[in-house]
Design a protein around this ligand. Structure first.
Ligand SMILES: C[S@@+](CC[C@H](N)C(=O)[O-])C[C@H]1O[C@@H](n2cnc3c(N)ncnc32)[C@H](O)[C@@H]1O
Length: 388
């Protein structure tokens, strides 16, 4: 993996996260980071901006934006905003790797209020446009005339609807010409702007169950049931009273919640690396089964890193197949390892998987066996038991 990042005469070592993957050819930064950083360094150098005012960095993937800004301006007050715990951990690790200052970085998750004023905003456009609209609404409430907003994305992700979203939320917006397959946006803040409106979190009924699912903006399958999850719901395990079950990568909590309906004496941990997912799962349980909230715990975690070995009876998982923009199987593999570690002997991992993915072989190698419980055209339900 190339870890040597150089820009504007500054050399850094940057790693993706987690570091022990087979991402041999992938870097921890891309041309979008480079475009944003070049523009930001120009603005900061031109003395138009005061480095004593915070710089807001939204959706920094592995810390390239934050690390380079702090390498150039070690006194900078930087506010790092991310929904992803993994991105936050990557940024912290890369700051440490390059011996960069961390004490003046404020770490905010996606649900935290933004600071009242800032000198500059750097934003990578997130994959999910509901989440983008949510972030633009937050920014719209804070940005003032003269504030500087730098936004960039891959050229293929910038289109008419996206410009319209910026236009409607912040003001007239145009896109630059394409440079190295990326473009940045220029927005003139309209004054006055419409009062920001957020229609998140959204709630919808889970058909034929009486349950309500609640979703914040950046949650997987936020407005309807995922087709893999739908198949999984037909094949949930029969659990014993007071067993402990983990909904790993819980999203809005649909799997754990449904397991609780079948067995109201179950103890359930809802776990996800996304702040919005964990908050959504909690809202889903609070709305659908408020009396059972006390036997549920909610954790923002990378995999199950905070959970003790051999402590649970069941893990249910609809594994992720991409990290940010990259399709990958390493997250699923990491989750299977974590599941094996936290399961008691005799405990079981049950997953839904796209049938073309090699999860069966991976589970068989790790657990010493795997059973296919059900299959249809697109998905399979697989189960492995921890033997000792
Ligand atoms: C395919 S979605 C499944 C969501 C939900 N369980 C469902 O079935 O609708 C995968 C989930 O894994 C989460 N995830 C991705 N990487 C993770 C990690 N390293 N640790 C924990 N959760 C992760 C994502 O945020 C996402 O909510």
């Amino acid at each position: 993996m190339n870890t040597h990042f150089t820009l504007a005469g500054i050399h850094l070592q940057l790693k993706r996260w987690p570091t022990d993957t087979d991402f041999v050819n992938l870097q921890a930064w891309d041309a979008v980071d480079e475009l944003l950083l070049s523009a930001a360094l120009k603005r900061l150098a031109s003395n138009q901006l005061s480095v004593s005012q915070p710089v807001l960095v939204l959706n920094d993937q592995f810390g390239a934006l934050s690390c380079l800004l702090l390498a150039r301006y070690p006194q900078l007050q930087l506010v790092h905003v991310s929904d992803s715990l993994v991105s936050q951990q990557a940024c912290k690790a890369n700051l440490q790797l390059n011996q960069l200052p961390t004490q003046q970085v404020q770490w905010l998750d996606s649900l935290a209020p933004l600071p009242d004023s800032f000198a500059l905003v750097l934003m990578r456009i997130p994959r999910d446009h509901g989440y983008l609209a949510y972030q633009l609404n937050l920014l719209g409430a804070k940005l003032q005339h003269g504030d500087q907003l730098l936004v960039a994305a891959r050229a293929r992700d910038i289109h008419k609807n996206l410009l319209l979203l910026f236009h409607n939320t912040l003001g007239p917006t145009s896109a630059s010409l394409t440079q190295r397959k990326c473009r940045y946006l220029q927005t003139s803040l309209a004054t006055p702007r419409h009062a920001p409106q957020s229609d998140w979190p959204k709630s919808w009924p889970l058909e034929q169950t009486g349950l309500t699912l609640v979703n914040h903006a950046n949650v997987f399958s936020g407005e309807r049931l995922d087709i893999g999850a739908r198949f999984f719901l037909q094949h949930l395990p029969t659990t014993e009273p007071e067993q402990r079950l983990v909904d790993l990568g819980c999203g809005n909590g649909v799997l754990g919640l449904s397991a609780l309906v079948a067995n109201p004496a179950l103890q359930v941990l809802f776990s996800d690396e996304s702040a919005m997912a964990v908050a959504s799962a909690k809202l889903s349980v609070a709305q659908s089964l408020p009396a059972l909230l006390e036997q549920c715990t909610f954790s923002q975690d990378d995999g199950l890193s905070q959970l003790a070995d051999q402590s649970v009876d069941w893990v249910l998982c609809n594994p992720p197949f991409h990290q940010q923009d990259t399709i990958t199987s390493h997250l699923a593999r990491q989750m299977f390892h974590d599941a094996w570690r936290v399961l008691k002997p005799g405990g079981r991992l049950r997953i839904v998987a796209n049938r073309h993915l090699p999860y069966g072989q991976q589970l068989s190698a790790l657990f010493g066996g795997v059973r296919c419980l059900a299959s249809q055209k697109k998905f399979v339900i697989l189960e492995s038991e921890r033997r000792k």
